[in-house]
Design a protein. Sequence first.
Length: 168
Amino acid sequence: MGRSNENSSYLNDTELRLGLPGTNGSEKKRSFSDISEESTSGVEDCHDDYLIPQQSKVQAIGWPPIRSYRKNFLEAKKSQDESTRMYVKVSMDGAPYLRKIDLKQYKDYKELLRALEAMFKFNGIEYEQTYEDKDGDWMLVGDVPWEMFIGSCKRLRLVKGSESNGLA
């Protein structure tokens, strides 16, 4: 029996207790349910001042943060770009670079031809304007009405007059 007293004293010394370090073991051991009931009743009362409003939790903030006026400007510009712009790439035989133009900026084929002549510095008689439609076929510019051309053009290509004979 003497051995059980030694074990119980050893267990009391090594037993884990809830509480501040240095407190004596004469206090009654508390169960988890006692602790959780005590802690939840006081938490709401003492921390109400520090709670974050529900609305700010819902807002998503991006990184890096941008000011609201800039965000509104970018959204307005994006919606304007989607509704009023239609960019296509333009290439020219012999030119080492491509250009990008907005087809909705022009009202007819004549304006488009003048802009291409100024952009690539060529004479309209030397080169034919061709375009690739949505189906992937290459067609001569001017064969279809302007609105249909704008809706189906994927890219433009200026080719030498002699090379465009096979297109129709």
